[in-house]
Design a protein around this ligand. Structure first.
Ligand code: B1H
Length: 823
């Protein structure tokens, strides 16, 4: 048997000592005492005790990184979907068991204390969670790195269901304070907005001076990011907006006490709330201001640090600083760096431009046209007049020099590649700006990166053949296995090294056990225990009783037509109908589990949620089907709920229309925890099938080429509706009042949408999807075959470790190395 060394060195600390520390903090930090303390107070006291290690780590890491002069990474993202931090911090510090024992001796269950922590939901979905996994990996790999984002007062809304319909409630994550963050007012920045640009001649030189119409203060909050092993602790720096002059004293003194606050209220709106429109461009002035606000504050912060370490000479700025744009949301950072270099630091344009391009790289996360950001030229001109000039200058040099050289006299190509889109209203294409201003552009899974080159930016690829690369997404195995699935982690550690959370390829050591009866039994016993736990969660959240012996079939992700939750729904209805027609219909009992938030303004997505809830209500209460099918839609799906559900999942639904899901990351989390994927050849599903082996996933439906062919031929959903009797029957079912007794037609919009337009080709994939589900059912009934496939999924997923993604970025894009922090 291999050695069992641990990479998470447990600090030399006993449970007794840790208990003393927690109690000390309960009394002195929280101002309460053991007999009176609430769970919430215990949670805060525990956080304070943990922070003694965390903040030591922050200082240690900062000192090391400041001294070595290595290139640092700045990950700019409008979203960081962190979830809870406590269990992760305990795990990464190697303090989990010590804390568990300490709390036990105080009469407390650690799970109950962890439950008190609100989720930090400063993101919408995959893009924001990816940023959170990436900063975990950067810390673990000791890469000098800072995550930069916005300190939203309200994260993604809390979701409730009222009579089956989604209702949004404000998220109040900081209502009772946040023990993990430190305000750093000494590093505040002043951000300019609006106003006008003056051209001045000085000593025979022409220069531009921006006279802002107003200024806002940006205050940083630092959240420590503990790497695995606890040695390296990076920070996530989130900016909060404040009024520059807090008070208008004249107004205040003349009796306008309330009005004196008005400016501050307006300034503070900038970091008030996260836009909840996953994959749609909000196009709102406030959103543009959010983007500029945090980009400008972050660049000023990077400048300040550079100068503190290297003095005023900026010659090495780009050599020492990489900036990654997480989608186009921070693309305004490109003209901002140009503005700082040219206007404030007096660089010549060409030199500044070379530095800017050497600094930035850009990750594209989607091909959906509605997500590709465009800002009206007029709006940018109003909010950021100097940036508009700079963007136009970048564009004109690009078109007249680079494009003209490659395609002399070709105006069609110029029109396509221009940052400015001509039309009734001139628009600024942030994607084009990002490609032009970056040295490297990456997609997030192989197929997506190929499509970025082939369909989205083919001319840019021809112009710069080495600019476009792939970095397949990943997930941190610390949160998504070790912390969330302690039973499976313990089982794994009976057979392989305990350092698998750092070296996930060690999981391949489980492959020889895939056929081993005893290991199969233990593996499936773990799954069963996780399901038994989750049965209680389902009961609490929905009131529905389900059996842990049923197949847990899970679709968890944002609600979006392209992700096709309604394809899942149509299949559920078909199964239900089959059982009604034939009460002896042979199937293993199934629980279909959904978790999804819809953007508040996305009407059809909300109708799909309503339809699923109504169908669920009917099926769950229909005694005729003998509990063969249950359907639950868990309200308020979020990171902490995912952590409970994923270890209990048998089947992973990854059923987007081929070509639409850039990568997906839930697919990786579920497969790593031993769920079998039912999926299309889309995003990272393709690579999961490659790694796990095509026998161990169930693939169905059209591939990208089929989708293109059908579109070209002319797609008519009604043809599919008419020619498949079962499909027609279930769609018609949506029209009456079967699922909405006494209120016919409430679900008709979902049918109409599918039969009349079906933009994401649900109907053509219906038949093949139903067949795939038959395969799942048959496989599950062959207990040995299922266990083997599930084990091989867990054993084969090392590629999807976010450490591997970050190593790819570090080597191929950022050109940085890890520097281990030393005390
Ligand atoms: C992804 C987004 C996104 N792609 C705009 N694009 C947003 C776009 O609020 N906005 O304006 C928010 C989010 N999110 C997702 O990124 C992809 O759909 C997933 O397939 C991918 O796994 C994930 C991480 O790369």
């Amino acid at each position: 048997m291999p050695s069992k060394k641990s990479v998470a060195p447990t600090p030399a600390l006993t449970a007794e000592q840790f208990k003393t520390s927690v109690v000390k903090h309960l009394r002195t930090t929280l101002g309460t005492y053991e007999e009176k303390a609430s769970k919430q107070a215990w949670n805060k006291a525990l956080a304070a005790a943990i922070n003694e290690f965390v903040f030591e780590g922050v200082s240690r890491t900062r000192k090391t990184h400041a001294n070595v002069g290595a290139r640092a990474v700045h990950y700019l993202s409008l979203e960081f979907l962190m979830g809870r931090l406590m269990s992760n911090n305990l795990q990464n510090l190697g303090l989990y068991s010590v804390a568990e024992e300490a709390l036990k001796s105080l009469g407390l269950e650690i799970a109950d204390v962890l439950e008190e922590e609100p989720d930090m939901a400063l993101g919408n979905g995959g893009l924001g969670r990816l940023a959170a996994c990436f900063i975990d990996s950067m810390a673990t790999l000791s890469i000098p790195a800072v995550g930069y984002g916005i300190h939203y007062e309200h994260g993604l809304f809390r979701q409730e269901f009222h009579k089956g319909r989604q209702v949004e409630r404000p998220d109040q994550w900081r209502e009772f304070g946040n023990p993990w963050e430190i305000c750093r007012p000494e590093s505040a920045q002043v951000i300019k907005l609006y106003g006008y640009v003056e051209t001045v001649y000085e000593q025979g030189k022409l220069s531009k001076v921006w006279h802002p119409g107003r200024t806002i203060r940006a205050i940083p909050w630092d959240i420590p990011v503990v790497g695995y092993g606890g040695q390296n602790v990076n920070v996530l720096r989130l900016w909060e907006s404040r009024a520059d002059k807090f008070f208008d004293w004249d107004v205040f003194n003349s009796g306008g006490y309330v009005d004196a606050y008005s400016e501050s209220v307006e300034a503070e709106t900038i970091s008030k709330v996260l836009y909840p429109n996953d994959e749609t461009d909000a196009g709102k002035e406030l959103r543009l201001i959010q983007q500029y606000f945090f980009s400008a504050a972050s660049i000023a912060d990077v400048m300040r640090r550079y100068k503190a370490a290297n003095g005023e000479d900026l010659a090495n700025f780009a050599k020492l600083n990489a900036m990654q744009l997480n989608d186009t949301h921070p693309a305004i950072a490109i003209p901002e760096l140009m503005r700082v270099l040219v206007d404030e630091e007096n660089f010549a344009w060409d030199e500044a431009w070379a530095m800017t391009r050497e600094t930035f790289s850009y990750t594209n996360h989607t091909l959906l046209p509605e997500a590709l950001e465009k800002w009206s030229l007029k709006l940018i001109e109003k909010v950021l007049p100097r940036h508009m000039e700079i963007i136009l200058e970048i564009n004109s040099r690009f078109l007249t020099q680079e494009v003209e050289t490659m395609w002399p006299g070709n105006n069609d190509i110029k029109r396509k590649l221009s940052i400015v889109e001509e039309g009734a209203e001139q628009m600024i294409r942030m994607g084009n700006l990002s490609v032009i201003g970056s040295h490297t552009v990456n997609g997030v899974a192989q197929i997506h990166s190929d499509l970025v080159k082939k369909d989205l930016f083919p001319e840019f690829d021809a112009l710069w053949p080495n600019k476009f690369v792939n970095v397949t997404n990943g997930i941190t195995p610390r949160r998504w296995m070790k912390a969330c699935n302690p039973r499976l982690s313990a089982l794994i550690e009976q057979h392989i090294d305990t350092d698998w959370p750092r070296y996930l390829e060690k999981l391949t050591g489980l492959k020889p056990l895939a056929d081993d009866q005893a290991f199969q039994d233990s593996f499936m016993a773990v799954k069963h225990e996780n399901k038994v736990d989750f049965v209680k969660e389902i009961k609490t959240l929905t009131g529905v009783d389900v059996s842990a012996d049923a197949i847990f079939d899970v679709q968890i992700k944002r609600l979006h037509e392209y992700k096709r939750q309604h394809l899942n729904l149509l299949h559920i209805m078909a199964l239900y109908r089959r059982v009604l027609i034939d009460p002896n219909y042979d199937m293993h009992p199934r629980v279909f589990i959904f978790g999804a938030k819809a953007a508040p303004g996305y009407k059809i997505a909300k109708e799909i949620i309503f339809a699923i809830n109504k169908v669920a209500e009917k099926i769950n209460n229909d005694r005729r089907i003998n509990d063969k099918i249950k359907v639950v839609f868990l309200p308020n799906y979020r990171v902490s709920l995912a952590e409970k559900l994923i270890p209990a999942a048998d089947v992973s639904e990854q059923i987007s229309l081929a070509g639409k899901e850039a990568s997906g990351t839930g697919n990786m989390k579920l497969a790593l925890n031993g769920a079998i994927t039912i999926g299309t050849m889309d995003g990272a599903n393709i690579e999961i099938a490659e790694e796990a082996g095509s026998d161990n996933v169930v693939i169905f439906g059209m591939e990208v080429d089929d989708v293109v062919a059908l579109k070209n031929k002319g797609y008519h959903p009604a043809d599919y509706y008419r020619s498949n009797e079962e499909l027609k029957a279930v769609l018609d079912w949506l029209e009456g009042d079967f699922f909405t007794p006494g209120e016919p037609g409430l679900l008709a919009e979902v049918k109409r949408n599918l039969v009349e337009s079906d933009p994401f080709m649900v109907l053509p994939d219906f038949e093949s999807y139903c067949e795939a589900h038959q395969k799942i059912d048959a496989l599950y009934r062959d207990k040995k075959a299922w266990a083997k496939a599930a084990i091989l999924n867990t054993a084969s997923l090392a590629k999807f470790n976010s450490d591997r993604s970050i190593q790819d970025y570090a080597q191929n894009i950022w050109h940085v190395k890890g520097v281990e922090a030393k005390s």
